[in-house]
Design a protein around this ligand. Structure first.
Ligand code: XIL
Length: 323
């Protein structure tokens, strides 16, 4: 058994995790991640981001992400690729250049085309555009938005569709699970890609990724989560939880808090089971040892299914029980 094998038995495509090259020499980690019954899908946690793949304009570097891709592929597991057009983890040249519409369009074209062609055929899906929205559903004032307006989004999907016709193309964001106004904005993004401006041709969107960086005790119910997923599948796209973790806001977590965390994991995984077009779940690291949460959100943590010492938590057993 194992998370992935159970998800497949439940009719889904995969259960996955984020992984990065700094996890490679941790034998306890690798014993779990290389078990094909436990994880069937991997997302490079950082190595496919723009600052790594194109640190200097038109100089591409795939060494690090290739190591993740090769490890996964040689073990018969799949890759979710992450991410192309995003305001964060950008190289200096993207944030400091004074762009015009023409020069930024050319830079975006070169980036998406080169990175996606390098991995063509390797990625189950690509998070083409990541985190384009503010919490109120308006567009984030990124360098892309400020120079190109909303059309940078369908443009990215048009370039992506041309570069790798086989990858599923996703819009990916956080708090869509909890914030209706932001979900409204994401629905509009799907529609914008489906009916783009006339000068943008060949755009296609296949899926919406729900990052699901959630908090214990503040996670919507299974029914609420499923209803939100269905708002998107009604537009003809698939959905997935792409970066799931459920952080404790009070540390160390008590036994009662861990029971709550288990219930929140069950609600989230359960909502994917309830929606036919929800294809799978990726956790954003499976052990607290490598979770991004405590470093980014001081005071929060213990968000993963396994402890720092790779023991299975109550939440892990509850997810297995559900599946
Ligand atoms: C995070 C990584 O986990 C960290 O290691 C890194 O320092 C910052 O980025 N949304 C995303 C992910 O789409 O790429 C982010 O990953 C977490 C939030």
């Amino acid at each position: 058994q194992g998370l992935h094998a159970l998800m497949v038995a439940a009719g889904k495509l995969y259960f996955g995790t984020a992984m990065e090259t700094n996890n490679f020499n941790d034998m306890a980690y690798q014993a779990i991640s290389s078990n094909r019954n436990e994880f069937g899908m991997f997302t490079p946690e950082n190595s496919q981001k723009w600052e790594v793949t194109e640190p200097t304009q038109n100089q591409f570097s795939f060494t690090q992400a290739d190591q993740v891709a090769m490890k996964v592929k040689s073990n018969g597991q799949l890759l979710r690729c992450h991410t192309l057009t995003w305001h964060s983890q950008l190289p200096g040249f993207v944030t400091t250049t004074t762009w015009t519409r023409a020069t930024l369009t050319a830079a975006l074209t070169a980036h998406i085309t080169n990175v996606m062609k390098h991995y063509a055929g390797f990625c189950y899906a690509w998070d083409v555009v990541n985190e384009a929205l503010n919490e109120d559903g308006s567009f984030r004032q990124s360098v892309f938005f400020k120079t190109l307006g909303p059309s940078y989004i369908p443009l990215s999907f048009s370039l992506a569709a041309a570069a790798d016709p086989t990858a599923k193309l996703y819009y990916n964001d956080f708090n869509l699970e909890t914030t209706a106004a932001k979900a409204d904005g994401a629905l509009k993004i799907v529609q914008l890609i489906q009916s783009p401006p006339q000068n943008i041709t060949g755009a296609r969107i296949d899926g919406v990724g729900f990052q699901a960086h959630l908090n214990v005790g503040q996670t919507p119910t299974r029914a609420q989560l499923a209803a939100t997923l269905r708002r998107f599948t009604a537009l003809g796209v698939e959905v997935a939880y792409t970066e799931l973790d459920i952080a404790h806001t009070k540390l160390p977590a008590s036994e009662a808090d861990n029971q709550k965390q288990a219930a929140d994991y069950v609600a989230t995984v359960g909502s994917c089971l309830d929606v036919k077009e929800c294809v799978g779940i990726t956790v954003w690291q499976f052990s607290d040892k490598y979770s991004w949460v405590p470093g980014t959100f001081p005071g929060k943590g213990e968000a993963c299914l396994y402890t720092e010492g790779f023991e299975k938590k109550v939440a892990y057993e509850a997810v297995v029980g559900l599946l």
